[in-house]
Design a protein around this ligand. Structure first.
Ligand code: HEM
Length: 491
């Protein structure tokens, strides 16, 4: 299925057995999840890597303390052979390259951040991380990253979150209780741990992304057929697409709410040590030198962060949400680079397509060109506007809950000023959240949603009341944290 006016193909059949394609390709069925469940077992030539990964976590599968509990990982990494040549043997199998990328990126992050973890366990500041990645890690990760299109450092989709689950019982599928982690840093091999909960709630949310994509495609396709299409049929199809997206976003947000119970706020900061990036972090003042790569010049990459998930960026692009021109928004753009290349391209194409087809103008129908003559058409236009406001509200809901996560899991637990992706913790999330709420207020006013023949009804009125209240609350909270921590509102 092609995005209108482009050659970008969104898969309807993910062809799970085809190893010639990247593991991550956007589909209307599995959404942003990989085309197949992640590969768990590496070929036997990589047994040394497997053994090290199994003996590495703070608690291993058997429950006994692993190398990260005792600070021995650094020494163990020195014993690892350089298996870069063996990787070449399997290079035609891209999903396997993805599994190797995941596994080497776990080792690389654990190796680099082990000293910070040891300091954290003593209740001390993180201090400095290792800044040199030896060849037995740097060469394989760089090669696998090259073959899969990721950056040579741990990423959210390709490594830590979306390629890191296995099914306990293959017949039960993607039910939450059937999900287990493949790799973990801390206690994550125990499915009831906060580390497992943190990762698996992401998977459980993204599991609902297929209809977000399918609905987006329907809405855009309805607009792509503007010439000669019956306006009533066109708007009905458009609304149906938005309704599908709305239903899926509601599920995503409902699953997100389960995070509180599955991953405890006070546990987050300890496994978080291992998922920091090497950009804008005090632990890596000069980045990291990858032995044998980049002529020995240091490199830096953002860390694993849900900011690299593709659902919210898709909403931003489809709904044409205006972000302010601030340095914080530049960070948002930078995050868009850290994701599977097919996701990245998809987001770019949707943004362009939505702009070219004037999705927002069509949905809001303010231009006389969209003036509805018959009653049925008027009602359908009002329905488009309601759906638009409700979709924005889902984006607000997601970002508001996120702000609450940042407050409870991070701000109240630690004074470290930057998040795992290197964004400033107090101001970055509010930058986007505030923008969504401004957009809602502006649109609701412009369409005259509150009164008269353009009234959007009670549900939208309630939505707007909440958005207005949260806008004020957010301002006050951000001001308070900025004052306490001595940071400027713009980051
Ligand atoms: C305990 C739970 C969570 C915490 C503490 C948390 C923390 C954060 C932080 C601090 C950021 C700022 C970016 C950075 O890393 O530098 C961020 C961004 C983001 N995270 Fe999370 N996160 C959590 C759960 C989730 C979940 C379950 C998702 C689902 C996909 C997610 C998706 C996102 C997105 C989309 C952004 C970018 C927000 C935006 O565009 O405004 N996060 N997260």
């Amino acid at each position: 299925m092609l995005i209108p006016n482009t050659s970008f193909d969104v898969l309807e059949d993910t062809r799970p057995d085809d190893v010639s394609m990247p593991a991550f390709m956007v589909s209307t069925t599995r959404g942003f999840l990989p085309r197949m469940d992640p590969i768990v077992t590496l070929p036997s030539e990589f047994d040394a890597v497997e053994d090290l990964l199994q003996s590495m976590p703070v608690s291993t599968r058997s429950g006994r303390p692993g190398f990260l509990a005792t600070g021995q990982l650094g020494d163990e990494v020195q014993k690892l052979p350089d298996l870069t040549e063996t990787i070449e043997k399997y290079r035609g199998n891209i999903p396997l390259m993805n599994a190797l990328y995941r596994d080497y990126s776990f080792l690389a992050s654990a190796y680099l951040l082990e000293p910070c973890h040891m300091n954290f366990m003593k209740g001390e500041p993180y201090g400095l991380a290792r800044s040199f990645l030896p060849a037995q890690l740097s060469r394989p990760i760089a090669r696998c990253a090259e073959l899969t299109g990721f950056k040579p450092f741990m990423e959210y989709a390709g490594s830590y979150a979306l390629f890191n689950y296995r099914l306990q019982d293959p017949d039960k599928g993607l039910e939450y209780d059937n999900l287990r982690l493949i790799r973990a840093f801390e206690h994550g091999l125990d499915p009831l741990s906060s580390e497992a909960g943190f990762v698996l709630v992401h998977v459980d949310m993204v599991k609902n992304s297929g209809p977000i994509i399918a609905g987006t495609m329907s809405a855009l396709s309805a607009l792509g057929k503007q010439n000669g299409a019956d306006p009533t049929v066109q708007r009905k199809t458009f609304n149906e697409g938005l309704r599908t997206v709305l239903g899926a976003m509601r599920k995503v947000n409902a699953v997100m709410e389960t995070m509180w119970g599955k991953s405890k706020p006070r546990s987050y900061t300890s496994f978080r040590t291992f998922i920091f990036g090497i950009t804008s972090q005090s632990m890596f003042p000069d980045g990291v030198v990858y032995e044998g790569i980049n002529d020995g010049k240091p490199m830096s990459f953002r860390g694993e962060s849900g900011a690299n998930d593709s659902m919210i960026p898709l909403m931003d692009n489809l709904l044409q949400i205006q972000m302010p021109s601030t340095p914080l928004t530049e960070i948002l753009q930078d995050f868009r680079e850290y994701r599977p290349s097919n996701h990245r391209q998809f987001l770019v194409e949707v943004k362009q397509c939505s702009e070219d087809l004037g999705t927002k103008d069509f949905a809001l129908g303010l231009d006389p060109h969209y003036a509805a003559s018959a009653d049925e058409q008027k009602e359908l236009l009002l329905e488009s506007r309601r759906l638009w406001v409700k979709l924005l509200d889902q984006v607000r809901d997601f970002r508001w809950r996120h702000w609450c996560f940042a407050r409870e899991y991070i701000l109240k637990q630690t004074s470290h000023p930057t998040a795992t992706g290197g964004s400033p913790i107090v101001t970055w999330l509010p930058n986007q959240l505030q923008a969504v709420m401004e957009e809602m207020v502006e649109i609701y006013e412009n369409v005259g949603g509150q009164v008269g023949p353009t009234d959007l009804g009670a549900e939208c009125r309630d939505i707007m009341d909440l958005a207005n209240r949260q806008r004020d609350t957010l301002r006050k909270e951000v001001d308070k944290y900025c004052q306490e921590r001595g940071v400027g509102v713009r980051g």
